[in-house]
Design a protein around this ligand. Sequence first.
Ligand code: ADP
Ligand code: MG
Length: 243
Amino acid sequence: MEVVASLYEEPEHDVAALEWPALELIDVFKLFRSGPVETVALRGLDLRIERGEIVAVLGRSGSGKSTFLHLAAGLDTASAGEVRAFGQPLGQLDERELASYRARTVALVLQSDNLWPDLTARENVVVALRLAHQSNVARRADNALAMFGLDRRADHRVTALSGGEQQRVAIAAAAAREAPLVLADEPTGELDARNEEIVLDALGRLRAECGSTIVTVTHARRVAEAADRIVHVTDGRAFSGRV
Ligand code: ADP
Ligand code: MG
């Protein structure tokens, strides 16, 4: 598993590794079959996302946005075509390597249910760090919680926090791990405008502090406006556009 581990550690002498885009999807198809019914969720999706970019993914319901994020997260595999993260074709990783990719390289931020509800904010960040086999867990967790203004909330169970605070805990967990790739699926979907602003600010800080590449599916105009670039997904294909 040198490949993902070395990407994660980004050895300074490895200039070539730094030139890999964060994500490349090359002519990717994804088909779902249930009984006689076949759905083509992605049909030849091509997309390249550079390191450190913040990309907003827009598109109608059913256009393939979540399917794309799941493939990029290593949660599912392409039916055809290639998905590469930091130069590594994910299709070449075995189960153990994929598990490591998911725990160390990727952070997922979903609309809700990102967290372990019975744990406190701090415990949630600590669990994410332990899954990623990181050291200095307590210090990293406290630093990340402070970075996102959650120090006074650290010992609260996450169910006692507001929706915006819960999303910030999920983002703090990504920051604590210094996750190179953050994939967010409508992270502000259930939030009001103020909390949307807070989450948006947290994603911007995550990039500033950790250099993370951030891909966020969104319907929110403000989230799209805050991105470097917009990608429209239509019928399982991707088109780049302006913000
Ligand atoms: P979006 O996130 O843009 O709303 P999705 O990626 O969730 O779209 O879905 C794209 C298409 O693939 C839809 O037609 C959806 O019904 C179908 N689909 C997604 N996941 C599955 C699945 N696990 N099994 C069958 N069909 C699926
Ligand atoms: Mg979706």
